[in-house]
Every structure is written in structure tokens, then in C-alpha cells.
Design a protein around this ligand. Structure first.
Ligand SMILES: Cc1cc2nc3c(=O)[nH]c(=O)nc-3n(C[C@H](O)[C@H](O)[C@H](O)COP(=O)(O)O)c2cc1C
Length: 482
């Protein structure tokens, strides 16, 4: 299918209204990011779209923002399935990963720039929080390698542009990119690193999920794509990168060299601190002939980052619970689209089989993921519908009986604004598990049964009242009432 490549995906997205083209010339120091902010701050999920900037002043490359994660719909388009099938698609990919294939020649290496030709300023890298950020930064897939095992990791780590050939990579301790780079740096050797700009949506989605260490994201991406990902060797290192990418930036992290990174707008909605981060030298930029530059927008939620992280991490939790823990009682997992994963709210639909079962599932999720709140509801609640969740919370949940507080939680990177005092004094945070399943018999549902509601719908139509789509919430409630 054509939209499995990045540019094919962009073409189909544009056709379907999930990507809008901006033809006017834009200034990368403020305009594209601030316009993308409007898309996420003003438009609801169902109406959001990404932006394709044809003409960025001072650059020959068009710039795309927000196309992969504008909304649930654009994400589903990238996966090539309807929204209801996204979880199954993900679980199938996690259970049946497909190994990549290495090729000799690649579209991403049609143009090769090394030495004096390497200039990051040729690329339309935006300033993401204009007027407040210290510098422009690259937000895309970062490839690293484990010197000891040969495994490669792909994750998204903000990368600050220092000058045309130097960057600071926000690879923090605990993140796999950091652990892999350390396998070289600890031996005093430079660590190979590469940034992949614009590739198969499957690769972008797989690299955002919090996969276990040394699980190679590219295999899961193959599972999501339903075909091996083609990889090609970098020009200046032995890292393997997606052959059909738009642009590859190749570099090496320098042992013992750091620089001050930030301040930058952060995903939780506040400006972050300045902190020392590893320095990397850029050795080559390779790209397609008519390459397109891509950057994810993050910062104030909701953002593309929160949409991508929610939709990539929830199916991973679902797979772990239902397959690795054999908890067939768990029916669905959703992470609210506004915070992404770290510090977010995870909602689980399940049918508890014994006392305390819902709390056990909640604890498991709180312990194995970076979410801050876990709410468990019965499987007849639509966990993607805030109105339905609120009803379950208000009518099923007795706080004193149904709450677990988990204390002394270390949130990596001091990123929780509710506990961060200052960058050098990080306090521990906490998590909450809420069991909002119906634990006592509350009686009969106060809605008429299906037959009466069906007849009422006919009367509604006869009366010429406006048509509506029946929300899943209403369907589930009427079923429970019948
Ligand atoms: C737009 C965007 C920006 C991100 N920036 C960072 C970052 O700067 N540092 C970081 O540690 N994680 C960042 N993340 C989250 C990680 O990419 C994500 O958790 C990923 O799974 C990490 O990969 P790893 O588990 O292989 O380390 C970002 C995610 C997105 C979508």
C-alpha cells in the first residue's frame, strides 16, 4: 500500500484532509511551530491535521509538522487500519515481529554530503517554542548501537542544534539511547549515532513505544508494516538506517564532551531547565533528491508527541497484560491523548475475577509504565469517552475503599512539574490507582431497555428531529439496561 512509505503517507493524508499545505513563505524561527501550536491548541482531535510548509525561507527542503500524530485518525491511517483495529494491529506486530533486510543502495543516500558540505542550517529545523527556546532542535528517530551486543535502538530524543556540525542529544540516563551510547563512551570511544527524518509511519510509531531494552524497534516496525524494513549502512559508520527515509543525519557522540542543553518548552506544558547533555559531531547528511524535512511537535499538550506516545504505548501495555501476564480479564487499555505516557492517565477496561483484581492490574501498570494515574473500569465502559469514565468514577468509585496511593516514585528527568522544586533538587512523586469497577450491586440501570429505545429512535426520526451517530457509550448503557 502506497501510504506505507513516508511520502506515500503524506499524499494520502493530504487527499483525506489530514494534512494541509501552506504555500506562503514561512520563517522557521517562529512561524511553522507557532502555526502547528494553533492546530493542537484550538482544534479537537477529530478535526486536527498536520501542516506541510512548501516554502521555508533559507531552505530548499519543504517542512512537515504534525502529519504522523495529528489525531487518532492520522495515526490509524499511518498504520493502514481503521481506528478500532489499531490495538489488534499493534499486538499482532509485537507477537510477530519481522526482521529487517539490508540493502546496498538506498533512496536516502541519493545525495551524500560530507566534510565542508555538511550544514545543519541547510535544513528547515524549526524553533519549537519561539521566543523562549535556546535554539532550534531536531525531533525525530535517533539510532544508536550497543557495542557489546550489536543491537540497535531507535528512540526519539530532542537534539539541540549548536552549530552547523554540532548538536547536544537529550539522551538521558535510563533511556536506551543513553545506555547504548555508554557502551562506547565508557570505553573512551565515540558512539555512532544517526537521526532518521521522515520514514515509514510504522517505524515512527514503533520507535515511540517504551519497548524493553534490546528489543529492536525495527523488528516491531516490520510487524506493523507487514514486511521487512529495508535498512542501509550509513556512509560514516556501521549503523543501519531505513533505506527509504527522506533524510539521514550521521554523527558520533564524543566521549566526555558535554554542553548546556535548553531551556526548551517541555511536554508537560512548562519551560524545562538547562542541563548538561552529550555533545555529538555531525559527519554526514544524506538525503533523497527532493527530500522532505519532518519534525514532531511537542511542548504544551495536547501535541503530536502526546498523541503518538499515547497510541503507541497503550497497545504495548495491553500486550504485556494479556500475553505476558495472561490476564485475559483485561479487555482494553487506553492512555489519555493529552499527556502521552510519562505522567499520563491510563484507563483500563476489565472484568475483575476476584476481590482486589482490578487493584492488582492497576498496580502492575503503575509499576511497569511511567503513567501517573491508573483508573480501572468495567468492560461495559467506553474507556475513550470521558463522559462515560466520569459516570463510572462518580457512581462506582468510593475513594476511601477504592484508592491506592503509590509513594516515593522516581519520575525520570525530574519532569513532573507538580513535584519539581528546582533542577538540582528533584523530589519524589507519587501515583494513584483508582478501582472504579462496580464492586457492589448498585441495582438496576436507570435507562429503558433496548426495545423501547429502538422504538423511541423511530419516533425521533418520524418527528423529523436531527439525525445523530449513536455514541458507543449509549449503546453499551442500553445493552446493560436490557
Ligand atoms: C516528539 C517526541 C519527543 C521526545 N523527546 C524525548 C527526549 O528528548 N528525551 C527522552 O528521553 N524521551 C523523549 N521522547 C520519548 C521517547 O522517545 C520514548 O519514550 C521512546 O520510547 C524512548 O525510546 P527508548 O525506550 O528506546 O529509550 C520523545 C517522544 C516524542 C514523540
Amino acid at each position: 500500500m502506497s501510504h506505507r512509505s513516508f511520502r506515500g503517507f503524506l499524499a494520502v493524508s493530504e487527499q483525506q484532509g489530514f494534512l494541509r499545505r501552506v504555500r506562503k513563505s514561512v520563517d522557521k524561527t517562529w512561524e511553522p511551530a507557532a502555526m502547528a501550536k494553533w492546530a493542537f491548541q484550538a482544534l479537537p482531535n477529530d478535526e486536527r491535521f498536520g501542516l506541510l510548509f512548501d516554502d521555508v525561507e533559507g531552505s530548499d527542503f519543504p517542512l512537515v509538522i504534525g502529519a504522523l500524530g495529528a489525531s487518532t485518525h492520522s495515526y490509524a491511517l499511518g498504520l493502514g487500519v481503521p481506528t478500532e483495529e489499531m490495538t489488534d494491529k499493534w499486538i499482532n506486530a509485537l507477537l510477530n515481529p519481522i526482521a529487517p533486510e539490508v540493502v546496498e543502495t538506498a533512496p536516502c543516500q541519493k545525495v551524500i554530503k560530507t566534510g565542508d558540505e555538511v550544514k545543519l542550517s541547510d535544513l528547515p529545523i524549526p524553533h519549537w517554542t519561539p521566543g523562549k527556546d535556546a535554539a532550534p532542535y531536531i525531533t525525530t528517530i535517533t539510532v544508536t548501537k550497543n557495542a557489546d551486543t550489536g543491537h540497535q535502538n531507535m528512540g526519539v530524543y530532542r537534539t539541540m542544534v549548536k552549530d552547523d556540525t554540532h548538536v547536544l542529544a537529550n539522551i538521558s540516563p535510563g533511556r536506551h539511547g543513553f545506555m547504548q551510547a555508554s557502551t562506547y563512551l565508557d570505553k573512551g570511544k565515540p558512539a555512532p549515532i544517526a537521526w532518521v527524518v521522515g520514514t515509514d509511519p510504522a517505524i515512527h510509531y514503533a520507535t515511540v513505544a517504551n519497548m524493553p531494552f534490546d528489543v529492536e524497534e525495527v523488528n516491531v516496525a516490520g510487524g506493523l508494516k507487514g514486511a521487512p524494513i529495508e535498512l542501509v549502512k550509513c556512509q560514516t559508520s556501521d549503523l543501519l538506517v531505513p533505506a527509504n527515509a527522506e533524510i539521514i543525519i550521521e554523527g558520533e557522540v564524543l566521549p566526555g564532551e558535554f554542553g548546556d542543553e535548553g531551556p526548551f518548552g517541555e511536554f508537560a506544558g512548562y519551560m524545562g531547565p538547562v542541563a548538561p547533555k552529550p555533545l555529538a559531531r555531525i559527519k554526514a547528511i544524506t538525503h533523497r533528491k527532493d527530500a522532505i524535512y519532518y519534525g514532531y511537535t511537542s511542548q504544551m499538550p495536547p501535541s503530536e508527541s502526546t498523541v503518538l506516545q499515547s497510541l503507541s504505548n497503550a497497545p504495548l501495555l495491553m500486550k504485556i497484560l494479556t500475553h505476558d501476564f495472561a490476564e485475559s480479564s483485561v479487555k482494553d487499555v487506553f492512555i489519555d491523548l493529552t499527556f502521552g505516557g510519562l505522567l499520563a492517565h491510563c484507563i483500563v477496561a476489565m472484568t475483575p475475577r476476584h476481590d482486589g483484581h482490578a487493584k492488582r492490574i492497576g498496580r502492575l501498570i503503575a509499576d511497569m509504565s511511567p503513567v501517573k494515574r491508573v483508573t480501572i473500569v468495567d468492560e461495559d465502559i467506553d474507556i475513550r469517552d470521558p463522559l462515560h469514565i466520569e459516570w463510572a468514577m462518580n457512581s462506582h468509585y468510593n475513594p476511601v475503599r477504592d484508592t491506592i496511593i503509590i509513594d516515593d516514585v522516581y519520575f525520570p528527568m525530574g519532569m513532573d512539574p507538580s513535584v519539581r522544586v528546582d533542577p538540582s533538587n528533584i523530589e519524589f512523586g507519587s501515583k494513584v490507582v483508582i478501582d472504579a469497577t462496580q464492586t457492589i450491586d448498585a441495582g438496576v440501570i436507570s435507562l429503558p431497555a433496548q426495545d423501547i429505545m429502538d422504538r423511541a429512535l423511530e419516533s425521533w426520526e418520524e418527528a423529523g428531529l436531527p439525525k445523530f451517530d449513536i455514541p458507543k457509550r449509549a449503546k453499551l448503557r442500553i445493552k446493560s439496561a436490557s
